[in-house]
Design a protein around this ligand. Structure first.
Ligand code: GDP
Ligand code: MN
Length: 372
């Protein structure tokens, strides 16, 4: 059984092989909010069981949440060698200095496991096998005795990497071989194994577990199929981003916008007890979502504290490169402190939801007039 890259990576990492911070997304909106939360350029990767995604557009980069939304939308639903892309891995984009290749598999002819490694890894590895097979280092560990760290270092040395890399590279080869035996693999592979300013990292991972051994690994497999949720975000067709705390209040805010003749661009529920960080994240999403002309933030503080909201708003607006007018309704727990913070930052606010909704729609209409 072949595992998705994200699952293989979790297992590799559990055995001590470094990976990049990454999260799984099932929709463009989720990709966008993950990218916003990570706050760094990301690589967005189709999760399919076949290799060669890079060559057909299944691996792409995004510099900001807006790009992440677009790129994720392009990759999801794509067909890669007959397989439909249903989920994505969003990873911090690494600065790659070199790409190595290491695989452990079974040489059926030799009836032994074999380690094959090269300092010229990456998407062209199949060509390398044809044109420069001498650049592939092959090593047959004795399956009946322990594979020792010095043997792994010897492979690294034969690969011809610089001397400072022999020890860390040997360590990863050794760990990969241990993954291979511990999980009863047919294949355990890293391509590329990248060198970065932060050391060696598995940028891709492939793991195939022998079917007859799967019963031994069921629990692990189930546990590693995780799904993670950021803020609740639904993309809509209008221009006014609606953000609220709690689904009910957010829906009400949408109704108020509609009632005044406006069209919501988002339904974004920050949930109860949202922290300054969650508010910041929510605003980042809509600030980077291109159709948004006006933001309507509707908060009635309960568990959510108005001063936390104010701080999150101030921070997000300060950091944003794009200027989008925002209408804020802020009342409830700690409202005086929250309102005072907004006043000090020169950000206007309302206390009535009706008034605020009307203001947001009027503002959006004015902007549309200006553009004509
Ligand atoms: P595959 O084509 O299905 O094997 O997908 P990979 O995960 O191996 O990605 C293909 C290629 O994309 C790699 O060989 C890298 O050159 C590039 N790539 C993947 N992740 C990163 C990253 O974090 N940073 C950079 N700069 N390139 C990446
Ligand atoms: Mn690869």
């Amino acid at each position: 059984m072949k595992f998705f890259e994200n699952v293989a990576k979790q297992i590799f990492n559990k055995e001590g092989i470094p990976i990049l911070e990454g999260h799984v997304a099932y929709s463009p909106e989720e990709a966008m909010s993950i990218s916003s939360e990570m706050g760094v350029p990301v690589v967005i990767k189709a999760q399919v069981l076949t290799g060669g995604r890079g060559k057909v557009g299944g691996v792409k980069f995004a510099n900001n949440p807006g790009e992440a939304l677009k790129v994720a939308d392009e990759i999801l639903g794509m067909q890669i060698k007959g397989e439909t892309v249903k989920h994505l891995l969003i990873e911090e984009k690494a600065e790659i200095l070199n790409e190595f290749f290491v695989t452990v598999s079974i040489d059926r002819g030799a009836r032994r496991p074999v380690i094959i490694a090269s300092k010229e890894g990456g998407v062209e590895i199949e060509n390398l096998a044809k044109t420069n097979p001498e650049k592939l280092i092959k090593y047959y560990p004795n399956p009946l005795i322990e594979f020792l760290p010095y043997e792994a270092r010897e492979i690294a040395r034969k690969m011809g990497v610089s001397s400072d890399l022999i020890s860390p590279l040997g360590s990863i080869i050794w760990k990969l071989y241990n993954v291979f035996t511990k999980y009863d693999c047919d294949t355990a592979e890293i391509n590329p194994l990248i060198t970065t300013p932060n050391g060696l990292i598995a940028a891709d991972a492939k793991m195939v577990v022998e079917n007859d051994s799967l019963f031994r690994h069921q629990n692990l497999v189930k546990r590693l199929h995780y799904k993670r949720k950021a803020v609740d975000f639904v993309k809509l067709n209008g221009n006014i981003a609606v953000i609220g705390n709690g689904a009910g209040l957010t829906l009400t805010a949408m109704d108020m916008i509609k009632l005044n003749g406006g069209e919501p661009a988002t339904f974004l529920d920050i949930g109860g007890g949202a922290s300054e960080q969650v508010i910041n994240q929510a605003l980042n999403i809509v600030l980077n979502y291109e159709p948004v002309k006006v933001i309507f933030l509707n908060v009635l503080g309960g568990i959510t504290k108005a001063d936390d909201v104010a701080r999150g708003v101030i921070k997000a607006l300060k950091q944003s490169e794009r200027h989008v007018p925002i209408v804020i309704r802020l009342t409830g727990t700690n409202e005086e402190e929250g309102q005072k913070l907004l006043e000090e930052a020169g950000i206007p606010y309302e206390t009535s939801m009706e008034k605020a909704a009307k203001k947001a729609v009027d503002l959006c209409n004015e902007l549309k007039q200006e553009m004509k």
